[in-house]
Design a protein around this ligand. Sequence first.
Ligand code: GDD
Length: 402
Amino acid sequence: KVVAVIMVGGPTKGTRFRPLSFNTPKPLIPLAGQPMIHHPISACKKISNLAQIFLIGFYEEREFALYVSSISNELKIPVRYLKEDKPHGSAGALYYFRDRIMEEKPSHVFLLNCDVCCSFPLQGILDAHRRYGGIGTMLVIKVSAEAASQFGELIADPDTKELLHYTEKPETFVSDLINCGVYVFTSDIFNAIEEVYSQIRDTSSNYQSATRSVPADFVRLDQDILSPLAGKKQLYTYENKDFWEQIKTPGKSLKCSALYLSQFRQTSPHILASGDGTNRKPNIIGDVYIHPSVKLHPTAKIGPNVSISANVRVGPGVRLISCIILDDVEIKDNAVVINSIIGWKSSIGRWSRVQASGDYNERLGITILGEAVTVEDEVAVIGSIVLQNKTLNVSVQDDIIL
Ligand code: GDD
């Protein structure tokens, strides 16, 4: 038997996702028409002998209650949300719930960050781990040297794949091989975390004051566990050859939505919309997800990289390119939405334009409308972030509307 744990963090962690994360926890914001966390969960479902999936976070229980019960029913696997009273760090949170996680005596525990986008080759990681032995195996990927510093950088033995050296977000370049935030461990991981706690408690060792800038009950998987265990034949690496992205900003979520849509094209093309503008069907270009409840006018032109959630209404002549449209939005006649995320219950007026400014990159420039924003007729919203419940009756550019 194996179990999977997905770290979902909490409200203080999702601040870069504002204004979308004001009313919805970041892990539940849809990418490719499914909550962010749905993608790792459905990857877990494919592991043989998976007994349970735990989500660990410090969001209120009620925020996850509906999702957890519906996904448990859908996948026929128990999915439980476990709430920490406060953040304990990525390893501390795992340790905090060790009794629950080990209840059914699983041989292995998968650990996944909720904010990564990849194909989650979990069975491959587990099979590799069984060959390597040791406490755990982590998914790693090569990125550009410039990008590497935002992640945990590591050195692995090219032959044995052993993790030889690990530094979290180093200031000077170590390696272009980085930590993907996806692991499998044996139950020995709990002993390793316990060890760190006892070093912290042992005041004579000076461990807490000398090496740590975080509270004494806060244990981070990367700095406190991976770094010290590297080079001790305990940890191994499994290289990811498929796509991988981290999802820290809404701009990244547009890119990740595109990646998941193109994965659906390979694995489950029936989920994607089709239509060529004839026979009263809208014109669909590239990978597009449209929830079955959406009312889409046949003269609209949609795609590529568009996902449209439940109960959205799209009027005649509307053009949508590279965007995420959340539930209950109305997009009126001849409006154009490009490189943007439109929050729940918003409304976009006739002949209006909502788009990124200029040549956008994922870091800046995309437009995000919070929940229940109204863009009146013939208004342009360019490269701006609009907080919930605002009404825009004049055009704005490169602005934050509070
Ligand atoms: N439950 C809980 N409690 N979850 C937490 C806590 C906590 O106290 N702290 C962080 N998390 C969750 C976050 O929501 C996220 O899913 C995951 O744990 C890792 O978050 P961080 O510890 O903030 O690290 P990071 O995302 O900046 O970087 C980590 O992931 C990268 C890959 O995405 C590191 O492991 C990097 O080395 C790695 O490259």
